[in-house]
Write a protein that binds this ligand. Structure first.
Ligand code: HEM
Length: 516
């Protein structure tokens, strides 16, 4: 499989920077103002620990070219770091910070360290204090449950018919674009309920905000932190995400207010409040009456959920196109399990081959080379007894020794083995590591420890429901002339957003999924 660097702004892994002429004038003006502050701040950013530095940046005024180039060089640098300092921490000067890269053997030791925080790394890299970037603020979005399998299935059926129709003729699609829409719809069904999941305006925002805010954050990072609160008002990329946030407010607030009003009136009449089974309710329940910004929580949740889930689903569909022998096996499993148990959470649990295929797809190509990004909120100890200074950032190299591609842990780790995790089921010591939602140093696809992905239980269910519908109701193969690729940008790895497939509806599915 080739690795390419693509520039398609439909996915957050690729960033193009469309700056207009008037913007450039503002940028140059403000850049002049910023030079002296930058020179000082870059001198101050040098690592102070005695650990080795892989890529010392030397003196630089802005380092803009180096930071832009970092998106293309990060993968190579991490490979160099792994070879040069095997099993040892080292500093890497990234496009945003001085990062201490740790081997996977440290993952267990740092996973629940209360002095290592994830939120502040996101807030720092994505300017959470700037209007328009509110969705990057730490919020209440981690209360995710997974109790709506049946409505999820109904919405998946609707969304797939919307995108792929019901024709039995082959038609060519850009798979990422189509699956992104399907995932946005079914995720919104759970986050905001049945009305907004079919609202085109909200679907546009929920799909675009992630990519647009990544671009805006990148542009804003050109400026020193002290100027960002001013500069952002003039940047078209920041203006665009502020507008999206304002549009989101107009759509979400009336729905939330209507829900609260209904709840209050039902309670006043002494009746039982209906269970709406969506994140409007979950967030309100968790807030227990405290004020919170429901719109940025909802956008933050979509941002964490939609492109990540789309990426894994698209990657798995492509793996199935490369291994068509698996399709019949998976269909047999679906028919057997769902015919016996219907659309229950336990049925999804029993789709063991499907779980293994998804987990193996994620093991071979996770969403990032580095995971568990953290910042020390105070001086703390690392598992090797050394000290991590307050403010120092660190992250774990997923592919380091004992990690996701390690021959100490996995037989033939470079091969895609769809049954790998299915075989581990029921084996003492291995069963707990076999499930898609299980995390550990040898599988960091959802991170590990106190900040591991709280949405993975929901994502796992959503992915399985979507795959059941896709496998039973549709068939697909790569479009003629298309060669599978994967892409890399900074620490992010992604499926090819340009991948083309031929897909058609099956005329005689083994089972009627909506009737279960
Ligand atoms: C296949 C889909 C997904 C993947 C691959 C994924 C991956 C990740 C990863 C790698 C992290 C960081 C973990 C760490 O640093 O230890 C994370 C965090 C997070 N994810 Fe996911 N995620 C997915 C789906 C979702 C969904 C569906 C939701 C919400 C419904 C969600 C919500 C979150 C939140 C809120 C955090 C931050 C947790 C914290 O701050 O402690 N994710 N995810």
């Amino acid at each position: 499989m080739e690795t390419v660097e693509l520039h398609i702004p439909a996915s957050p892994w690729t960033l193009a920077l469309p700056l207009g002429a008037d913007t450039r004038t503002y940028l140059y003006l403000i850049l002049c103002l910023a030079l002296s502050i930058l020179a000082c701040s870059h001198l101050l950013r040098k690592p102070t620990s005695s650990r080795p530095v892989l890529n010392p940046s030397g003196f630089e005024i802005i380092g803009l070219q180096r930071r832009i180039d970092f998106n293309n060089t990060a993968g190579g640098l991490i490979t160099q770091g792994r070879e040069k300092f095997p099993g040892k921490p080292y500093h890497l000067i990234t496009d945003t910070c001085d990062l201490l890269v740790l081997p996977p053997t440290f993952a267990e030791g740092i996973r629940n360290n209360p002095d290592l925080d994830l939120t502040s790394t996101v807030e720092e890299d994505f300017h959470a204090y700037v209007p328009g970037f509110e969705a990057f603020r730490g919020g209440r979005e981690d209360e995710i449950t997974n109790m709506i399998t049946e409505p999820l299935s109904r919405e998946t059926d609707f969304a797939l018919k919307q995108r792929f129709g019901v024709s039995n003729d082959w038609k060519e699609y850009k798979v990422y674009e189509e699956i992104l829409d399907v995932v946005a719809r079914i995720s919104t069904r759970v986050f905001l309920g049945p009305e907004l999941c079919r609202n085109e305006e909200w679907l546009r925002i929920t799909k675009n905000y992630t990519v647009d805010s990544f671009i805006a954050a990148f542009v804003l990072r050109i400026f020193p932190r002290s100027l960002r609160s001013l500069v952002h008002w003039f940047l078209p990329q920041c203006r665009s995400i502020r507008q999206q946030l304002a549009d989101a407010r107009k759509l979400i607030l009336p729905a939330v207010q209507a829900r609260r009003k209904l709840r209050a009136s039902v309670q006043a009449e002494g009746k039982v409040v209906p269970d709406f089974n969506d994140a409007i309710d979950w967030l309100d329940q968790e807030a227990k009456g405290d004020p919170y910004d429901v719109v940025s929580c909802q956008l933050g949740m979509s941002m964490a959920a939609i492109h990540t889930t789309t990426d894994l689903l698209t990657e798995t569909m492509q793996n199935l196109a490369m291994h068509p022998e698996l399709v019949e096996e998976l269909r047999r499993e679906i028919v057997e399990v769902l015919s016996a148990g219907g659309w229950k959470k336990t049925s999804l649990y029993n789709l063991k081959l499907m779980d293994s295929v998804l987990k193996e797809s994620q093991r071979v190509r996770p969403a990032g080379t580095l995971v568990m990004q953290r910042k020390a909120t105070r001086t703390t100890k690392l598992p090797d007894g050394s000290t991590l200074a307050k403010g120092q950032r660190c992250a774990v190299d997923s592919f380091g020794p004992s990690g996701m591609a390690s021959s100490e842990v996995y037989d033939n780790p470079s091969a895609f083995d769809p049954h790998r995790f299915e075989r581990m089921r029921g084996q003492p010591g291995l069963d707990s590591k076999a499930h898609l939602v299980a995390t550990g140093p040898a599988h960091l696809g959802f991170g590990h420890g106190q900040h591991s992905c709280p949405g993975r239980f929901f994502a796992s269910n959503e992915l399985k429901v979507a795959l059941c519908h896709l496998l039973i109701d549709y068939e697909w193969r790569f479009a003629d002339g298309y060669t599978p690729k994967r892409m890399e940008n900074g620490f992010m790895l992604g499926t090819d957003p340009e991948a083309r497939i031929l897909l058609r509806r099956r005329s005689q599915p083994e089972v009627e999924l909506l009737g279960l």
